[in-house]
Design a protein around this ligand. Structure first.
Ligand code: ME8
Length: 521
């Protein structure tokens, strides 16, 4: 009889789950999200890792909501900066970028980033033809013309600088001398689109988040004016890049080539492109907001393409209070971090400790604290205690059914979490999950579960039900951030997979094979 009941029970849940999932999939929305493409002039550092895991968390969150997601990333492989780095390493630019790009791919893998595309701007098949096509379209629209240009160029920025960005003849960011340039370049008629772009940003048609970055960007329009921008350089001055169609004397400005990765990465001009365009979210760092909110939308307006819906601008990570710089030798390799602390610990640290919308600091001491505090003593301990106690007394929780784990007493927390994710405050979203972790640990303490589970099984049964539902909610909410850990937390209460759809399930406590966060060696 018990066997028949169990079969019925399992069948009932499997059917209900299937039905809810199918209803959920029926109206799947598309969600196209991009990261910036880092320069392949040096290996990845924690700043790059931050952007990758932020975009990945958003991609996974939207998959969890039932959207069909495409996450695009890649490497920016042209320009003077790369030519210089390759020469220093006694390699050809192509050999050099092949090696560095592979390092970025390795970092993405180590961090567990679930990207769907990886575009390289030296890709002759996928990227270069798309860039040529776009150039010709822009030219055909009368938005490109040739003229003489005088300016001061910083190779570090790969940009002509404004007076305010130069001190004593040096770039204020890179502290290296700027080059005085007088040459013939192609220009893009930014002036034709500037007013429209400014209005689109002001009205949040292109929503720039956080608000303080939107203000900064809007100020640029009045500070920099609406001048046309130089979009090519003489081939002899750059050497390595995409040649301007029908004019071998000129190489496209690296930023134009790079921005177009968002088109080429989803096969510009094809059905695949139509399926995904426009970007729902573009994640970038504060230093490149200017390119993404001025020239990028202007080019899209010229091309008659829809505009990105949201541009999320993160701050920069310093290391032990200092700006990351090659000369200081303070770059931290995310791959090494993952080897030492584990993928999810590194993801957790970056997403929790560094405020998504501001600058933050990386330090080994803080990483250690977060590891032993939040992860080992907080979440790890909770899962371990709950499963150990439950497994020692299986009769107490036999037949418990968890339902609506994201509703009722947890509903307010879940909406705060969702608001935080959508407002690009990922650190806040995680802090809400930890409220539930702390509350659950406290529940074990307050109810003295280790005693009640022997003496008052009815009460302990209620506590275990709440704990199982909390753990399930924690597993679902953590899924975008620390997917492997989330899977283990869900597994500890017998839940197969994360979903925002309220799917009931029979609770089955199981002890994880290994501690979630092992002792550090
Ligand atoms: O700008 N903390 O490449 P990039 C956080 N190729 N983020 C940081 C950071 C730090 N310390 N340092 C850099 C480029 N970043 C271009 C992009 S997109 C069409 C072309 C971020 O390698 C930076 O803000 O200098 C940017 O978003 C990304 O890493 C790549 O920077």
């Amino acid at each position: 009889m018990v066997g028949v009941r169990r079969v019925f029970f399992v069948f009932h849940f499997a059917f209900k789950t299937f039905y809810i999932m199918m209803a959920h999939m029926a109206d799947r929305k598309k969600f196209y999200i991009t990261t910036s493409i880092p320069y392949a002039n040096a290996v990845p550092h924690v700043g790059h890792a931050l952007e990758f895991v932020q975009a990945d968390a958003l991609a996974r969150y939207h998959r969890l909501l039932g959207s069909e997601v495409f996450l695009l990333t890649g490497t920016d492989e042209h320009g003077k900066k790369i030519t210089e780095a390759a020469a220093e390493a006694h390699k050809t630019p192509q050999q050099f970028v092949d090696a560095v790009s592979a390092k970025f791919a390795e970092a993405l893998e180590a961090l567990g980033v679930s990207h769907d595309g990886f575009i390289r701007t030296s890709d002759e098949k996928k990227h270069v033809p798309a860039v040529h096509k776009v150039w010709q379209l822009l030219k055909g629209n009368g938005d490109m013309y040739k003229d003489k240009y005088r300016g001061r160029y910083c190779v570090g920025c790969e940009a002509f600088l404004r007076e305010a960005e130069i001190r004593d003849g040096k770039c204020i960011i890179h502290e290296r001398p700027v080059q005085d340039v007088y040459e013939e370049n192609y220009f893009f008629r930014f002036s034709k689109y500037a007013k429209d772009v400014e209005r689109l940003i002001r009205d949040d048609v292109i929503a720039v988040l956080p608000e303080h970055r939107k203000k900064e960007v809007l100020n640029l329009f009045s500070e920099e004016g609406t001048k046309d921008v130089s979009v090519s350089r003489p081939a002899e001055n750059v050497g390595w890049g995409v040649a301007v169609p029908n004019d071998n004397t000129q190489i496209m400005y690296v930023w134009v080539d790079a921005l177009l990765n968002y088109l080429s990465g989803i096969d510009f001009g094809t059905d695949n492109f139509k399926k995904w365009w426009p970007p729902d979210v573009q994640v970038i760092g504060k230093d490149i907001a200017r390119f993404h909110t001025m020239i990028w939308p202007a080019m899209l307006l010229s091309l008659g393409l829809d505009l990105p819906k949201k541009i999320l601008v993160h701050g920069h990570v310093n290391v032990e209070g200092k700006k990351i710089s090659k000369s200081l030798g303070n770059t931290v390799d995310p791959i090494e971090l993952v080897h030492k602390y584990g993928k999810d610990a590194v993801r957790y640290f970056l997403l929790r400790e560094i405020p998504s919308d501001n600058d933050g600091d990386f330090s080994f001491a803080r990483l250690h604290e977060r590891y032993t505090g939040d992860l080992q003593n907080g979440l790890g301990n909770l899962v371990s205690r709950a499963t150990t106690l439950a497994l020692a007394h299986p009769k107490v929780w036999e037949g418990i059914e968890a339902e609506d784990v994201l509703a009722k007493s947890r509903a307010a927390l879940v909406s705060a979490y969702r608001r935080a994710v959508e407002q690009f405050k990922l650190h806040e979203a995680l802090s809400f999950v930890w409220k539930l972790v702390d509350e659950s640990n406290k529940l074990i303490e307050d109810t003295k579960l280790w005693d009640t589970i022997r003496a008052d099984t009815a009460r302990a049964r209620g506590t275990l039900k709440t704990l199982a539902e909390n753990l399930c909610a924690i597993g679902i909410l953590l899924f975008p951030f620390v997917p492997d850990t989330a899977g283990k937390v869900l597994g500890a209460v017998g839940k197969q997979e994360a979903s925002f759809a309220s799917v009931p399930f029979p609770v089955r406590f199981q002890k994880p094979e290994r501690p979630l966060f092992p002792k550090l060696s």
